[in-house]
Design a protein around this ligand. Sequence first.
Ligand SMILES: Nc1ncnc2c1ncn2[C@@H]1O[C@H](COP(=O)(O)OP(=O)(O)OP(=O)(O)O)[C@@H](O)[C@H]1O
Ligand SMILES: [Mg+2]
Length: 249
Amino acid sequence: METTIHNTQEEKLIMLGGMFENIIHQFKQPLNAINAEATGLKFQKEIGMMDDETFEESLNNIINRTIYLAETIDDFRDFLKEDKVKFFFKINENLKQIESIIEPLLKAKGIKIYKTFTNEDVECYGYGREFAQVVINILNNAKDAILMNEVEEKVIKVDVIDEDENIRIDIYDNAGGIPEDILPRIFNPHFTTKEDNGGTGIGLTMSKNIIEEHFKGSLLAKNTQFELNEKSYYGACFTIIIPKNMKNV
Ligand SMILES: Nc1ncnc2c1ncn2[C@@H]1O[C@H](COP(=O)(O)OP(=O)(O)OP(=O)(O)O)[C@@H](O)[C@H]1O
Ligand SMILES: [Mg+2]
């Protein structure tokens, strides 16, 4: 069976698909606000109640929101650019960028993300955006599973562990886990349980591909119990292991 996907155009489309919901979420509220502001201005002008101060304030609100929208577009576009050169990047900073993109939607869905580091400065060598895409795929899956299983207290936990030879990232969710009969198949191309919701089943295949081929590491999945704030949860855990000596591989 074909287990690798080399078509970067296809990868880009899939990536865009994974971020689409986040883009929509981040655009809707400011667009509605701009619309309300402009409608208000029009109305006040029509009834002859427009004073200079209101006019100025409303226009500033509109301008600020369009600046925010333009910056948001830049953030998303940066993520979709192809990495041309490998470089050292801090896992910590990479995760912060990811959060700025996906956290607003997670927050709106009531999902809390917790991160821990054994070493905040741990660095990794390679394509930073590809690494980010892998983490985004895993987080999107965690979000889907949590929402699908209607979990009450919704949590995702990300642990970054600096091991001797490797960097290890464990991403836990409390959605209840991956059914044992499908667990061996989740990395297969086109395997999805989300046919009805437009799932392509490519997210994890692409992620494994990136970690194995470009980072010479491994991507693993299991179901497990985990502790967080003195409580115990159960769900899937995805582990990314990347060798530190990547630069020499
Ligand atoms: N955290 C998780 N909890 C439970 N099941 C999961 C989890 N992550 C992945 N899965 C299962 O693995 C399958 C494959 O995931 P993959 O990301 O490759 O595709 P998808 O999410 O179905 O589609 P797409 O990524 O295109 O939206 C999912 O359909 C789901 O059944
Ligand atoms: Mg997916």
